[in-house]
Design a protein around this ligand. Structure first.
Ligand code: PLP
Length: 426
């Protein structure tokens, strides 16, 4: 029997569902999750010794590829000086200075240990600053698993949300409003009715958590204008897009400045680092100088920050994002052509090092549209590619990722394998 099966059976006895984060369980695509043992560059090896070219990058962080020697060296060096102090260190200052320098909207920043912590804390400081409670988010965006964010739309546009997870009190969910992505009219209506009660709007400026959805520029511009007009704090959740679509994040790519930004994934280079930052007047509301409490035993952890600093140093290389964008585009263009040559209803697109592929004629622009894509075909494609040694995200509703270590040869092989997979789709 394969090690993957044996290990998954053992895991299910002691870990709920056998996994420490739900998407890893392959529930959406069916079959047994792969247990990985080793990674190098664009490749992974599982516990059976099978080799894969991978397109998840650990859901984003591994933008340099796996086991990058300079990142490993930085981690080793930092670790010899102790793993944690719970006191200020020079490395975290260097990380903060770098984020302020590279991300246009960030004047001050605080480090945390995950994206979930970053968004949760950004929302709290936005509420403390505005002295309002209402939180607005968009359907299909994911911002971590804090209570206030596990909320789906109520029965009408202007009705408050309902919990989307058991264990979230209605009293918490009732402060969250959910709007459709890319819908300018819905935005205008909401602000007209409730604008002056809105504390904050949180958005993925390019969505990566319902597969890839690209924002309409007019939508983002309108959102920025309405938040400014009504005194609501605009949070760009760039946990995924930060240092992934552009050196300065989606805000630099589109030229729109949010009030607060949340970061994670790439800024830890594979170790747990998150951050939230933005306007100085808002960030000054945080304890110990302000009244909004936020803290963390391992926040700014020296080893994690060393991995992040080494990663951020390398992404500043000349033409890094041009090259990453080109690689990713060559993958999606190749896949699209292969599918169309075989009359498969398929589309694909990319922004920087993120991509989406959809079993639908046109690339979707909202949650409703993505839900109409052919999930069964995605699952067949996924399993065919997996058994041929190509590891994509195990769900039709996740974005894909290309690292700078992916070679033209890797991408060529992937497209050749995809041709075979497209041929056998039912
Ligand atoms: C991954 C992600 C999060 C959550 O980050 P974790 O580190 O998993 O807690 C939040 N927002 C976005 C946009 C993400 O992609």
């Amino acid at each position: 029997m394969s090690q993957n099966k044996t290990l998954f059976e053992r895991s299910q006895k002691v870990i709920p569902g056998g996994v420490n984060s739900p998407v890893r369980a392959f529930k959406s695509v069916g079959g047994t999750p792969i247990f990985f043992k080793k990674g190098l560059g664009s490749k992974l090896w599982d516990e059976d010794g099978c080799e894969y070219i991978e397109y998840i990058n650990s859901w984003g962080p591994m933008i340099l590829g796996h086991a990058h020697p300079q990142v490993l060296k930085a981690v080793q060096e930092a670790s010899f000086d102790s793993l944690s102090f719970g006191a200020p260190t020079k490395r975290e200052l260097e990380m903060a200075e770098l984020l302020v320098k590279l991300v246009p909207s960030i004047e001050q920043v605080r480090l945390v240990s995950s994206g979930t912590e970053a968004t949760m804390s950004a929302i709290r400081v936005a509420r403390g600053f505005t002295k309002r409670d209402t939180l607005v988010k968009f359907e299909g965006c994911y911002h971590g698993h804090a209570d206030a964010l596990l909320v789906k739309a109520g029965s009408g546009l202007l009705t408050f949300g309902e919990p989307s997870s058991a264990g979230v009190p209605e009293d918490v969910a009732k402060h969250t409003l959910t709007l459709p992505y890319n819908d300018i009219d819905a935005l205008k209506t909401l602000f007209k009715e409730k604008g002056d009660t809105i504390a904050t709007v949180i958005i993925e400026p390019v969505v990566g958590n319902m597969n890839l959805i690209i924002p309409h520029m007019e939508f983002l511009k309108t959102l920025r204008e309405l938040c400014t007009k009504h005194g609501a704090v605009l949070i760009f959740d760039e946990v995924m897009t930060g240092f992934r679509v552009h050196l300065g994040g989606a805000q630099a790519l589109y030229g729109i400045t949010p009030d607060l930004t949340t970061l994670g994934k790439v800024i830890g280079g594979g170790l747990p680092v998150g951050a939230f930052g933005g306007r100085r007047d808002i960030m000054q509301c945080l304890a110990p100088i302000g009244a909004v409490y936020q803290a963390g035993t391992l926040s700014g952890n020296p080893v994690a920050v060393a991995a992040g600093l080494a990663t951020l140093k390398l992404v500043q290389a000349p033409n890094f994002y041009e090259e990453l964008t080109k690689k990713t585009k060559s993958l999606v263009d190749g896949l699209t052509k292969a599918a169309h040559d075989l009359d498969v209803k398929f589309s694909a697109q990319s922004v920087g090092g993120m991509f989406g592929m959809y079993f639908s004629e046109k690339a979707p622009t909202s949650f409703d549209e993505i839900m109409q894509s052919n999930k069964e075909q995605f699952n067949q494609f996924f399993h065919h590619m997996l058994s041929s040694g190509f590891y994509f995200g195990p769900s039709a509703f996740e974005a894909g990722f290309v690292s700078i270590s992916h070679t033209d040869q890797d991408i060529h092989q992937t497209i050749e394998a995809a041709k075979k997979a497209f041929k056998v789709l039912k």
